[in-house]
Write a protein that binds this ligand. Structure first.
Ligand code: ZN
Ligand code: ZN
Length: 235
């Protein structure tokens, strides 16, 4: 009978809607991230390096950006990859807790209201198609779609592709290693982003090497500017 898979599917949807009913930070019943956990999320505080967006006392280019031949025009992140934000991103990424995409996109939206970042089209950092098949979804696409609805910007997620899967990056690998690992990993497969100001969306950024490699591919395909907005930053 073909009815059973349908019922199972409905059950899954209902579970997705009902679960989780508890705050991922403190376990309180109600929101996925409760008000109190939301207000104590680890924020990246200005002054920032104008390029990489890391805290930098005088607000000038930080030492690593001075020598960085970057393609990306700038990177901004509302939060540090720490505490409840770290848990939220890991759950969105690996535990299929899709109930988190809306509240997390809302946090990006709130950030952009006070910290505008250039962009007329949102492009999620793509996964390699093999990884996409394994995981079933791209967490950055989920964020970009919800954010696009909130700020009324189009999302283009079929132009930039990841043609090589990067080896897992050890926390200890150097910036140069990370850059080598992702160089030429991305390409644009059509001209849809020509003459566009692109805002790349990612869940978490470490060295910025991935966002920069995306920016190189987008600019080679004619994008006029490329900024990166990562929900969280490893600092
Ligand atoms: Zn909480
Ligand atoms: Zn910097």
């Amino acid at each position: 009978m073909s009815v059973l898979p349908q019922v199972a599917k409905l059950g899954g949807m209902a579970l997705n809607l009902l679960f989780p009913q508890w705050c991922i930070g403190c376990g309180r019943e109600g929101d996925v991230i409760c008000y109190s956990c939301r207000s104590s999320l680890p924020r990246v505080m200005p002054p920032l390096c104008p390029r990489c967006g890391r805290p930098q006392p005088s607000g000038i280019l930080c030492p690593s950006c001075v020598s960085w031949q970057a393609e990306i025009d700038g990177i901004r992140s509302p939060f540090r990859f720490d505490g409840v934000m770290r848990q939220a991103i890991l759950q969105l990424k690996y535990r299929n807790l899709r109930a988190l995409d809306a509240p997390l996109a809302q946090l990006l939206n709130d950030y952009l209201i006070t910290n505008p970042v250039p962009g007329e089209v949102l492009v999620p950092v793509p996964l390699h198609r093999k990884r996409l098949r394994e995981r079933g979804y791209n967490q950055s696409s989920l964020l970009a779609r919800k954010l696009g609805t909130l700020i009324n910007l189009p999302v283009v997620d079929d132009c930039l592709i990841r043609q090589r899967s990067a080896p897992p990056q050890a926390r200890t690998s150097s910036v140069e290693e990370r850059q080598r690992n992702v160089a030429d990993a991305f390409a644009c497969c059509n001209q849809r982003l020509r003459d566009k100001q692109v805002l790349l969306i990612d869940d978490v950024s470490t060295s910025g090497a991935t966002l920069d490699a995306c920016a190189a591919a987008l600019k080679a395909a004619g994008a006029t500017s490329v900024w990166g907005l990562a929900l969280a930053r490893e600092i």
